[in-house]
Write a protein that binds this ligand. Sequence first.
Ligand code: FAD
Ligand code: SF4
Ligand code: SF4
Length: 471
Amino acid sequence: MAKANMSPVKNKMPQQDPAVRIRNFNEVALGYTAEQAVDEAKRCLGCKAHPCMTGCPVSIKIPDFIAKVAEGDFEGAFQVINQDSSLPAVCGRVCPQESQCEKYCVRGIKGEPVGIGRLERFVADYHREHCKEAPAKPEPNGHKVAIIGAGPAGLTCAGDLARLGYDVTIFEALHLAGGVLVYGIPEFRLPKAIVQKEVDNLVAMGVKVETNMVIGRVLDIDELMKDDGFEAVFIGTGAGLPRFLNIPGENLKGVYSANEFLTRTNLMKAYEKHPETPIMHAKNVAVVGGGNVAMDAARTAKRLGAENVYIVYRRSEEELPARREEVEHAKEEGVIFKLLNNPVEILPTETEDRALKGFVAGMKCIRMELGEPDASGRRRPVEVPGSEFVLDVDSVIIAIGTSPNPLIRNTTEGLDTNNHGCIVTHGEGGETSRTHVYAGGDAVTGAATVILAMGAGKHAAAAIHKQIMDK
Ligand code: FAD
Ligand code: SF4
Ligand code: SF4
């Protein structure tokens, strides 16, 4: 057996220099070389109790795939991961590993945990670059299932059902499949080609992808089931409806929701010279919020040429909900953190020309301090009287969260939802209050993570298969 690598720290991931990367949209982290991956894999102790697996929502056999990497059998490692995850190149990049698998790694007790996410990414990239075979088309089983929404939940559900021989059609509202993976998470964190390859694989297996199909407008769920003969429907429509602050000035031109800002940039390529949809390239930009979405919007604004980009967040650094890595990357790229500040008004510009172009004249904020803990257990931010000031910005991006779009619940008779607008499910398989209608991902949980959405899609596929086979 190869000698274990007892280094207390992870092998560093090569990445683009911050001064260079803020001028392009290419991926920041460059991935391990084969040597680095083997060396990192040797840090794994192959623990019999495999605590790391308890932190993975889809229970990837982590010690087994890492052992294959340590032996240099990268394709073997891919086959191990593929038993439980259909999007490893995505999850290896965007999973919050520090609060999932890596949080439970025993190597983390006296040093840094094994770089499980980095190894997963390496293995998935190796497979994509070396295995050119398109997946085989499974034998049809004669049953039809509709999937609404082509995000990670819908794509995973579709893939699992297609492998079992189902005739699967995905209905997607946008002109491209991938959900948040293509319209939300920027290219510099997750290259779109990786997501497209997953979609291409599904199509090769026979999955039909109908884009520009807003279910609830063009067709509804009853029509899909009664008129088009779908025996089951999976709803994976996500949580794409932005929340706002409800402060004066929020409707001004020059104020964007993070979803709109990121969609225009990612999907419509607003950074190109002649984009399909323009975005005003502001000099000073405030992003309100402290999560991953806020970091993505701030780092995107930098790449669009803004000189000063501020994260305005009402609590302190400790409470920032974004991944540590994203906060560090944003800081390296020059994003300025205005912590313990809350916006109270966005000010209109008095210059007609600038107003028409979509600029604002600044954002009035008030300083905050932390008081007693609230229901979430975090200390409640309270305003410091008389501390108002104007932050000199000409554009504002609001990134304070999203909830599910009401369209599906408003057009589907008998579909139970809770008071956050999320679809209510009962049972592991995402069964809803409507017979033969299943749901999963952000549409059920509210904004969450890629791997949880994927897990929900997997469970629903298994439940749909059981329901149809038991008929
Ligand atoms: P979505 O990905 O939202 O996909 C839903 C799809 O359904 C969309 O394509 C939508 O157009 C379509 N749709 C909606 N309504 C209809 C309709 N009526 N008819 C047809 N189609 C419809 N998670 C992480 O794990 N790590 C990260 O680093 C991370 N970063 C993020 C950054 C941003 C900017 C955002 C917005 C989210 C991020 N997330 C991250 C969260 C993660 O992307 C989501 O939890 C995940 O994508 C949810 O998957 P889903 O399939 O449920 O929904
Ligand atoms: Fe860790 Fe995510 Fe991979 Fe699971 S899918 S092993 S949580 S990186
Ligand atoms: Fe390897 Fe860490 Fe999992 Fe142990 S807990 S098997 S060291 S990854």
